[in-house]
Design a protein around this ligand. Sequence first.
Ligand code: SF4
Ligand code: SF4
Length: 493
Amino acid sequence: MKKYRCLVCDYIYDPEKGDPDSGIKPETPFEELPDDWLCPLCGVGKDQFAPVEEEKETPKKDAPLMFCYQCSQTAKGTGCTVRGVCGKEPTVARLQDNLLFAIKGISAYLYHARELGYTDPEVDAFLEKGFYSTLTNVNFDANQFVELALEAGRMNIKTMQLLKKAHIDTYGEPIPTEVPVGAMKGPAIIVTGHSLKTLEELLKQTEGKGINIYTHSELLPAHGYPGLKKYKHLVGQLGGPWFDQKKTFSKYKAAILGTSNCVLLPKDDYKERMFTSGVAQLPGVTHIKEYDFTPVIEKALELGDLEEEPRETILTTGFGASTVLSLADKIKELIEAGKIRQFILVGGCDSPLLQAKYYTEFVEKLPKDTVVLTLACGKYRFNSMDLGNIEGVPRLIDLGQCNDAIVAIDIAVALTELFGVELNELPLTIVCSWMEQKAAAILWSLLALNLKGIYLGPILPGWANDDIIKVLVENYDLTPIGNPEDDIAKILG
Ligand code: SF4
Ligand code: SF4
């Protein structure tokens, strides 16, 4: 019997073992798995698997030094891959890509701020300058592109501050909130993505209609905002990070609303009960315009009740800067008494790669005199763990969505004032997971603050060549994640 490998996350289905968690007995050949069986790790379907035996060892070709096909001079009419016909060097081409990725990340935060009526002309002007700099025959200077990336980091800090202000002005500052995971009896809508504005509009339109609203993925922190948690029919969370959506959305026969990234191409079994809004769009899925959720509500009512299930897992979210800083004196006392040794920000994007298991093991293995700050969907690797507290200071503090990196920065800056030290002298280490381009923007924000010694994984950015990595390692002591034990030993000295 052949083993099959998931092409998305590398999980290997071994027919001898089966998949007991999904009810698949040992000795079940891959070909006999039910059509709706999903990868237990990342939730993709059988069509995303290939037989292990048939994988041929292809000699690894060197990656192209660069790739640019944005003008008519492009080599052979297909792409400059070694050096630009215009003279552009590979490192410049890659730094241009890096800048564009950071700009994409900033744009996402700016978009959600604008949804709530908040804009910043200085950031808009930077976006123009950044895009323009990557046009053909404008800027060939690698150092300038490093400066532009740092400027992008600073502009991203401004944008995250803008979005935080928009969220707090509109919904109040988050307060720690326990969120049950699991279904209640009744019709349901599952909302995924990042848009609090979209969630709020849906909550208003579903009030009194007997429909339960559940968050998924990066909308979990919505439960902490007073202006959203006041809606009694915002009842909990279903599923975890973005990449489990095929599994979660197949399991719960509810209407689904995707409000931003990360939406995945839907499976056929829930495509007709899925909807998108804002920038998110999927082929064959109804797109909602102008926040009119009538079709979503009608679909939820038509689908009928979800079955009640035990809601044993409770996730705690909603730690705003005020809540954490109200503990500042206590934190200072505990650090000085040696009862808190280190704060570790373990945050960023989750990904279905096998290497992402690192973050679960890392947090599990941390000694009990450490405090974990977290944000974004990387938290799902460990946010159901009970880490307890140190004399009233929780050991696991969920600050919110990826844009709430600004809350972590605000807390760190406030602690520097409390202790009278520089940022890099704080007992704080950042262990950062990344998947998409918002994380690229945040990484440059941290570098713009001159934060040293960041651990980054599960893999290093593919667009960074040796020259770029060298700059990051030499100037910022950026460290690729290794194994949890060694990294913890290094961090704690
Ligand atoms: S801009 Fe330069 S590197 Fe890009 S396609 Fe044109 S010639 Fe090639
Ligand atoms: S944190 Fe990143 S990977 Fe996670 S849901 Fe948000 S955008 Fe997607």
